[in-house]
Design a protein around this ligand. Structure first.
Ligand SMILES: [Zn+2]
Length: 114
C-alpha cells in the first residue's frame, strides 16, 4: 500500500489547509508557498506521475476543470495564474503523488526558472 504524505492527507491521517474538494480531487494550500496564492490540486486516487493517467486520461482533463473552479473561487481568474507539474528528479518533484501547483496573486513574470 502506498502511503506518501498526500495519501495521508487524503485519508485524514495528516491535516492540511483544504481549499476545495469533491469525490475525485482535493485542493490544499502548499506548506511552503512560492507566491501569495500557492495551491496543490491532488487526485484522491493515488497516481504517481503522468504515466499513470494512460488508463484514465479523462481524470487529467477534469483536474484542469478543477483548476478553473478553484482559480475563480480564490479570485485568480481576473489577473491569471501559473500551473506547474514537477516530474522526477530534474523536475524537482518532492512527493511521489501526482499534483498540480497553482500559483498566483502577483505578477510572476515570464521566467519559470530564476
Ligand atoms: Zn499517494
Amino acid at each position: 500500500m502506498i502511503s506518501d504524505v498526500f495519501c495521508k492527507i487524503i485519508n485524514g491521517e495528516l491535516k492540511a489547509d483544504v481549499v476545495w474538494q469533491n469525490d475525485e480531487f482535493l485542493v490544499i494550500k502548499d506548506l511552503h508557498p512560492q507566491a501569495p496564492v500557492h495551491l496543490l490540486i491532488l487526485p484522491k486516487k493515488h497516481f504517481t506521475d503522468l504515466n499513470d493517467f494512460k488508463d484514465d486520461a479523462a481524470l487529467l482533463g477534469r483536474a484542469m476543470l478543477v483548476v478553473n473552479i478553484v482559480a475563480e473561487q480564490v479570485g485568480l481568474d481576473g489577473n491569471g495564474y501559473r500551473l506547474i507539474i514537477n516530474e522526477g528528479d530534474h523536475g524537482g518533484k518532492l512527493v511521489p503523488h501526482f499534483h498540480i501547483h497553482l500559483l498566483g496573486g502577483k505578477r510572476l513574470g515570464p521566467k519559470i526558472v530564476q
